[in-house]
Design a protein around this ligand. Sequence first.
Ligand SMILES: NC(=O)c1ccc[n+]([C@@H]2O[C@H](COP(=O)([O-])OP(=O)(O)OC[C@H]3O[C@@H](n4cnc5c(N)ncnc54)[C@H](OP(=O)(O)O)[C@@H]3O)[C@@H](O)[C@H]2O)c1
Length: 320
Amino acid sequence: MEKTKVLILGGTGYLGQHLLQAFAVTNGGSQYDVAFAHHSSPPPRLLLDSFPRFPAFPVDLKSGQGLDSISHNFGQPHVVVNCSALSVPRVCEQDPDAAMSINVPSSLVNWLLTFDKDKTLLIHLSTDQVYEGVKSFYKEEDETVPVNVYGKSKVAAEKLIKDKYPNFAILRSSIIFGPQTVSPVPKTLPIQWIDSVLQKGDKVEFFHDEFRCPIYVKDLVAIMLKLTDMWLSDGGPMQLVLNAGGPDRLSRVQMAEAIAEVRGHDSSLIKPVSATSVDRGVVSPADISMDVTKLIQTLQISPTSFREGVRLTLQSESLR
Ligand SMILES: NC(=O)c1ccc[n+]([C@@H]2O[C@H](COP(=O)([O-])OP(=O)(O)OC[C@H]3O[C@@H](n4cnc5c(N)ncnc54)[C@H](OP(=O)(O)O)[C@@H]3O)[C@@H](O)[C@H]2O)c1
């Protein structure tokens, strides 16, 4: 039987590495042929050594350079997971042209259109920052009103995919948290950072008036695997937009309190401040908590609570 070919774009990033790890651990290579793309060249040695069976391709989504080599050497994938992005809102604000050209995957969609469209599912990572942030528990059908360049680039990406490509699942992810990756990513990981500052014993400011539904990275990986299975067994085109968040609506203060509780830190170190008191170089939506009923019902999953995700994250960090 033909193996399912899976291509992970942004395989060097936080989510991409967790996805590679899941394919490496759970499938032993028997059911899937996995390849991944990276932008930095060469990709980290540790990453290549950790996934020796998965071919790596350099790709620049700004231009599409590198995609043809995947056609020639790997062939048409059955599933493409696009984890590539300029994912830091402040960086997008500083360089809107780069944000638009990387986050709106025109070159990728044009490349996919060179194949038989029914045979490749595109799973694309979007964000909760497509929403304006003026109410709680956004639903997928609510209007998208992004307040910063990052959100605007993600809305433009969703529109491009919906207009041009008939077989997709778009995941509007909230903050992704979980263990560090096999080849550590340069960016600060939220749980590990909060844990380390509270550990030092200094008073730290956290926002009390910005709300998110953080998602445990392994849940997001499980969602992508489930979407793949669903599509393979159903066979027909998929056109799905899902809020991908955890079950809890939390401020940064509440996140810090949960971490303090799990780790036994002094919660009086947590100083609540308003998000409006700090200039972060980018407008940040206040409440982009999401209703995840559609995610739960469509995929029959039960996302991990924030507290349990924190426990699992810090437990696996202590084993590293
Ligand atoms: N992390 C979160 O909390 C979060 C929350 C909501 C949504 N998301 C979305 O989820 C997705 C994955 O996030 P992440 O945290 O894994 O991101 P990440 O760690 O920042 O990884 C981004 C990936 O994009 C690649 N990339 C950068 N520029 C590229 C280019 N010009 N062409 C091709 N690839 C390029 C990077 O490759 P190199 O490393 O090789 O340069 C890297 O693999 C993104 O779409 C992000 O916007 C993330």
